[in-house]
Design a protein around this ligand. Structure first.
Ligand SMILES: [Zn+2]
Ligand SMILES: [Zn+2]
Length: 171
C-alpha cells in the first residue's frame, strides 16, 4: 500500500469552504506583506517559508506515510514548488507508489523531522508536513486517503471526505 497522494490534484471546488477561506488568507498576506507560512524541523537546522496559499491539503493512512511519520497518518499541505523556500540541508528517501511513480520524502539529517515530499509525476508540486509549520491553525484537509489502512486507534474528523484508497481522478 504505497502512497500516491502527491499524484492527485483533488477537486478544489469541492473543498469545504476553501475558496472563501483562501480569499481571507490572501487579504491577510497582502495587508501584512509577509510570507503565507513558515516552519522548521525539530532542531531548527532546516527552515522554510511559503509565499502562497496551499493548492490542496490531505491526510494519508498508507503504510509509507505511517512508517515515515511514525504516527497513524500524514497531514500534508501541497504548494507550488517555487513558492516554498528551503534553508538548510535535507536528506531524502525515495519510494515507489502503487502506480509506479516515485515519491521522495525529505527529512532533517540531524533530528529526523519529516518535512517535505515531491513526486516525479507532478514535478511542480511540493508537500509540506503540517506538523512542522510554526502555525498550522489554517490547515483543513480536503480529503483523507488510504482510509482502509487507518489504525483503529487513530481518530479523524468525520466531516472530511474519506476514501478507501485514492479519490477518483479529477474530471
Ligand atoms: Zn500516504
Ligand atoms: Zn532538524
Amino acid at each position: 500500500m504505497l502512497c500516491i497522494i502527491a499524484n492527485h490534484f483533488l477537486p478544489l471546488k469541492t473543498a469545504l469552504g476553501l475558496n472563501r477561506k483562501s480569499r481571507f488568507l490572501e487579504n491577510i498576506v497582502d495587508l501584512e506583506n509577509k510570507p503565507f507560512a513558515s516552519g522548521s524541523c525539530l532542531c531548527g537546522a532546516v527552515r522554510y517559508t511559503i509565499t502562497s496559499q496551499p493548492v490542496r491539503m490531505g491526510q494519508c493512512h498508507c503504510d509509507d506515510c505511517r512508517k515515515s511519520t511514525g504516527t497513524g497518518h500524514s497531514s500534508n499541505a501541497f504548494f507550488n514548488r517555487d513558492d516554498v523556500k528551503i534553508e538548510g540541508e535535507v536528506s531524502s528517501f525515495e519510494s515507489t507508489t502503487d502506480t509506479g511513480s516515485k515519491i521522495t520524502r525529505y527529512f532533517c539529517p540531524s533530528c529526523g523531522s519529516r518535512l517535505f515530499g515531491t513526486s516525479n509525476v507532478v514535478v511542480d508540486a511540493i508537500s509540506v508536513s503540517a506538523g512542522t509549520l510554526d502555525d498550522s491553525s489554517w490547515f483543513k484537509p480536503n480529503a483523507i486517503v488510504y482510509n482502509k489502512r487507518k489504525p483503529k486507534w487513530d481518530f479523524m474528523d468525520k466531516s472530511v471526505p474519506a476514501f478507501e484508497e485514492m479519490p477518483p481522478p479529477q474530471k
